[in-house]
Design a protein around this ligand. Structure first.
Ligand SMILES: Cc1cc2nc3c(=O)[nH]c(=O)nc-3n(C[C@H](O)[C@H](O)[C@H](O)COP(=O)(O)OP(=O)(O)OC[C@H]3O[C@@H](n4cnc5c(N)ncnc54)[C@H](O)[C@@H]3O)c2cc1C
Length: 311
């Protein structure tokens, strides 16, 4: 009789040598922090993502899909089960007539690449995403935004993998996109974005390229260069989390290897050897100081990922 395949053999059958065991996730997050994933699968196509999720479901192990890990604080203890790092990257441009174009992008495509490819064709409307260091899938889950635009302004629909393993298109109006949130963020273990369609418009090439350069220059001037996960907190209504943290006297404050950025107080940066616990301690401190001094409860934008002690 042939012995049944183990979970790792079944996962390896999908991604071959791109399966890792107890792999530190620090290498796969922009914070450069994070303990090991029990299984890490590096998926290069939408078909691989679908097959990995099906394998995890039938094996009864927990699974999560990540993009560039640019909105994650992964715990020092790491993650049990399967982490699927999605690097599927196909792009398809369709001329819809009248100067309107649709870009269908795989969820693992980087925002910088999609925005850059649009600009190269003289297509405008997606430049806001060029300096957000994540993927299309992560940006949909987060309703990522910048420079007064966000994903909800450009999304047409997404192709979604549901908990039963079925794949179906979902129009933008059912995605529950709000300020840095969506149905994917609210129910992170249930559905996976496989592709997204984005609407852009044809303009002249120099204008499209100029917009990209201006946004890149603005970022270089205003954001810290050290590893981070972007804004730690969502801005409270009518105010800015960075201003409040600065006013609470925490700009530049460090715990272990983590520091509230001296350039932008809503960023916590990794000075080189920060642990997830260091960053979490700074997050908790900023939250409690702002609450104590201004009576404002800051909501975390960065996701705590992996195994954490209950709060
Ligand atoms: C320097 C810096 C600047 C930043 N600036 C901005 C900014 O201006 N605006 C902004 O909004 N954000 C910003 N961010 C945060 C971050 O880049 C965005 O939230 C980005 O959209 C996250 O994408 P990701 O691929 O890295 O997602 P990850 O961090 O890998 O994942 C984030 C969440 O999305 C989920 N997810 C990922 N892929 C999928 C998928 N295919 N289907 C379903 N769920 C999925 C994950 O499970 C997780 O819950 C910044 C971050 C950094 C480090």
């Amino acid at each position: 009789m042939i012995a049944p395949m183990s979970v790792s053999e079944r996962l390896a059958a999908v991604v071959t040598e791109r399966l890792r065991f107890e792999e530190p996730l620090a290498r796969y997050t922009t914070m450069r922090i994070g303990g090991p994933a029990e299984f890490l699968a590096l998926a290069n196509s939408t078909a691989e993502v679908v097959a990995l999720v099906a394998t995890a479901r039938s094996a009864g192990i927990p699974w999560r899909v990540i993009g560039r890990g640019s909105n994650l604080l992964v715990s020092d203890r790491g993650v049990r089960g399967l982490v699927i790092r999605n690097a599927s990257a196909d792009l398809d441009f369709a001329d819809m007539g009248g100067g309107r174009w649709h870009v269908r992008a795989d969820a693992g495509a980087s925002l910088a690449r999609v925005a850059g490819e649009c600009a190269r064709r003289g297509l405008v409307g997606f430049a806001f995403a060029v300096a957000i260091p994540g993927t299309i899938g992560g940006a949909v889950a987060q309703n990522a935004g910048a420079h007064h635009r966000e994903m909800v302004d450009v999304l047409v629909d997404v192709l979604c993998l549901d908990p039963r393993g079925d794949v179906a298109p979902l129009p933008v109006n059912v995605l529950e996109l709000g300020y840095r949130t969506s149905r994917f963020k609210r129910h992170p273990r249930e559905e996976t974005v496989l592709t997204a369609t984005i609407a852009v418009t044809l303009a002249d090439l120099p204008a499209a390229e100029r917009e990209i350069e201006e946004i890149r220059a603005w970022r270089a001037e205003h954001q810290p260069a050290e590893p981070s996960a972007g804004s730690i907190f969502a801005n409270p209504p009518g105010d800015y989390a960075g201003r409040l943290i600065d006013a609470a006297g925490l700009k530049g404050h460090a715990i272990g290897g983590a520091q509230v950025s001296t350039r932008h107080a809503n960023f916590v940066v990794n000075l080189g050897a920060a642990t997830a616990a260091d960053v979490k301690a700074l997050i908790d401190l900023a939250q409690s100081e702002v609450q104590k001094r201004f009576g404002i409860s800051l909501e975390r934008e960065v996701e705590l990922f992996g195994e954490w002690e209950p709060a």
